[in-house]
Design a protein around this ligand. Sequence first.
Ligand SMILES: Cc1ncc(COP(=O)(O)O)c(C=O)c1O
Length: 396
Amino acid sequence: MIQTRELTERISRITESPTMRVAAEAGRLRQEGKDIVDFGAGEPDFPTPDNIKRAAIRAIEQNFTKYTPSGGTMELRQAIVKRHAADFGTAFIPAECVVSSGGKHAIFNLMQVLVNHGDEVIVPAPYWVTFKDVVNYAGGKCVFVETDERDGFALTAAMLEPHLTPRTKIIIVNSPSNPSGAVIEQAEFAKIAALAAERGIYVMADECYCHFLYEGQPFSAASLPNAMGTVIVAGSLSKTYAMTGWRIGFALGPAPVISAIIKLQSQSTSNPTSIAQKAAVEAVNGPQDSIPAMLAEYRKRRDFVVNRLRQIPGVTCSEPKGAFYAYPNIGCALGKNDVANTLQFCEQLLQKELVAVVPGEAFGTNQHVRISYATSMHELERGLDRMHKFIANLSR
Ligand SMILES: Cc1ncc(COP(=O)(O)O)c(C=O)c1O
């Protein structure tokens, strides 16, 4: 008999991603032949643009299929800083850019090189599930900062300030936010960056949805006056160019931090896939018109989803200002028919009405569910009809 030996203490500090769990359960039911409507997946339903796919095919044909430098090719690092400069007026140089195997990998590595045991990391709630786990895995302590649903979950400097201590190492900001779609106003961002700079704290700005903003111009915290040396950008090509499976993300920040991440990658994953890197060069250098086209479609869907959710008696929903998620409050359904919490709500909604959504507990709030509207209008209509029926029946 094979004996299971003890696992490390650090692996027990993290849990499997709940969003992945929902996707797996929905996939299982679909395989059984069930007609599932899936609002769980946080990925664009659009295909990767053709010019990007062709660049990858060319890379294979030209035998660009070997190791590259661990932190990504110089060609791609240059292309990323150039794109960032063109979009946001920043002045990063390639030594301040590392390419990782997805944005999640960049964030994981960042926490590994910056967080010591006992360091505090500010995590505004609701938060993207992974932040909590990567901080815990690095040995840090998450300090959660509540935002207010009545203000659309928008974070302000005044909310953060009372939570800063001499042990605070990083403030995580994610604007537009997964799961709420909240956007931090530029003036608040400037105050947050100033506060962090004053106290020697890093701001990790997860900007993986920065191009999907419904009002105003896309914006990077790195273009703020106090940003240099304080703001570290975590970026991703996954959502911007509908490239979730290609696994290309990046970090932009002070050269010593970037070098430390490259060192870590050199002893763990090595380079992101060479072929995906060539595709990424085309994504950032090539035509950008797929982004506004996707945004226009997301806007239509957002308006539809929010409107339909608000028609369900008892349900409220703040308007997402960016990204492609709605985060309705379904507190009205809790405490009825064995639905004690949002996890049970999601389980029953999936079992009874075959609609997959993610429970708010995963994101640090207990009266919400996350709906991804990165799916077709037809699916949104079907799923929201079923959700309406489910909640109405619970209330009877
Ligand atoms: C807020 C946020 N940050 C980062 C990521 C990372 O995406 P990827 O690892 O695909 O680049 C995601 C993906 O869902 C996300 O929602």
